[in-house]
Design a protein around this ligand. Structure first.
Ligand code: AP5
Ligand code: MG
Ligand code: ZN
Length: 217
């Protein structure tokens, strides 16, 4: 199944995406995660995009589209894929349509996680991420067993540089202006499923699981 997960920053896309990916046996393709990995490695690409992520601006479409094209062409997408954080603009969505068409494929499902803006701020400022494996925690909602240490791999937890109050509010603005209009683009195709993101992480996943089972039938 070819799935796209959407929702504002902090809605829980990454949290749910890792569960969906293992449930469906498909790769989780997150442009945000890929960009952070490039920055960590201080690659040429990483140096070019760091200031965009730090200020919450979108990385230019040309750069983003090429990164996605390469990921989608990997062999592990044969059974399907789960996109998280891409597309984020109408031109990106059109580019994705083109790439998928060349591959003889299309999107089957868009999951939109709905969460109130007030809740988003608290989710992002409390988020902690594992240095080593990328697992996501929250200081209140989803704390690790030992403070600052990843339950899964023992790695050290850190706070994303774009999870400050100021950058978060920029990211929410950018989402409203540039990404929210995309929903209508997909709604017109009748492939959007809305999910209530203001429930426990397990309950959000249960709702998503039902949607996936319905589509897979
Ligand atoms: P990206 O990494 O995609 O960030 P984002 O869209 O802002 O979303 P987040 O990762 O912040 O939130 P999430 O929805 O994944 O939430 P999470 O599951 O972690 O992008 C970062 C930057 O990269 C962009 O600003 C841009 O610069 C660049 N970029 C990326 N893609 C791009 C593109 N296509 N084009 C151009 N630029 C691009 O959850 C958040 C927190 O809440 C966690 O602490 C979690 O534990 C907690 N939580 C999750 N679910 C629940 C729940 N149900 N109840 C309580 N707490 C919960
Ligand atoms: Mg994420
Ligand atoms: Zn870890």
């Amino acid at each position: 199944m070819n799935i796209l997960i959407m929702g504002p920053p902090g809605a829980g896309k990454g949290t749910q995406a890792s569960r969906i990916a293992s449930f469906c046996g498909i790769p989780h393709i997150s442009t945000g995660d890929m960009f952070r990995a490039e920055i960590k490695q201080a690659s040429e690409l990483g140096k070019k995009i760091k200031s965009y992520l730090d200020t919450g601006k979108l990385v230019p479409d040309e750069v983003t589209v090429e990164v996605i094209r390469k990921s989608l062409q990997q062999a592990d997408t044969q059974k399907g894929f789960l996109l998280d954080g891409f597309p984020r603009t109408i031109p990106q969505a059109e580019a994705l349509d083109g790439i998928l068409k060349e591959m003889g494929r299309s999107l089957d499902l868009v999951i939109n996680i709905k969460v109130d803006p007030q809740v988003l701020l608290e989710r992002m400022t409390g988020r902690r991420v594992c240095q080593k494996c990328g697992a996501t925690y929250h200081v209140v909602n989803q704390p690790p067993r030992i403070e600052g240490v990843c339950d899964l791999c023992g790695g050290e937890l850190y706070q994303r540089s774009d999870d400050t109050v100021e950058t978060v509010s920029n990211r929410l603005d950018v989402y409203q202006k540039q990404t929210a209009p995309l929903l209508e683009y997909y709604q017109q195709r009748g492939i959007v499923a809305e999910v209530n993101g203001e429930q426990s992480i397990d309950d959000v996943f249960k709702e998503i699981e039902q949607v996936i089972r319905r589509i897979a039938r």
